[in-house]
Design a protein around this ligand. Sequence first.
Ligand code: HEM
Length: 139
Amino acid sequence: MFASLAAHAWAYPMLEVLHLLGVALLMGNLALLELRVFGWGQALALEPLARLSLGVALAGFGLAGVSGLLMFGTQAGELLANRVFTAKMVLIMLAGCNAGWFHARRSLQRQDRTARVLMLLSSALWLLVLTCGRWIGYV
Ligand code: HEM
């Protein structure tokens, strides 16, 4: 399956399109929620907004994950030897742990200083994931 994906003229570019769509849904929705936690758009109730934006962000991550794994399958050996790809996977795990911590301490209900710090950390981690993703092809 991976060999035919790699050989197909437009399969890989289309996977990249889906990957970037997933990234946009993930990061766009997290940015929206972060703005709300930092005090913008106070007319919008936080709980339903969070439910919607986190749901779409999770779907975006799922799309990025599935398309990313299919792209990975076409060049697994090369990517496993690529330090930037390794860094990207470690950063995704850290971002996942950070999100787990954020929700385990019920940050959306508290919206305290730690919640805001964890949100900023989340943005920094996803931005680094984005940077590594784009960088993979250059090392
Ligand atoms: C399990 C999750 C993921 C896997 C397995 C994965 C895997 C990959 C692979 C194999 C590539 C192609 C590298 C290349 O051929 O140059 C790629 C590209 C990329 N990834 Fe991911 N990725 C994942 C999630 C993410 C996330 C969450 C982001 C952003 C927040 C992201 C951002 C990017 C970017 C910007 C590119 C470059 C796309 C392009 O230049 O067209 N990836 N990813």
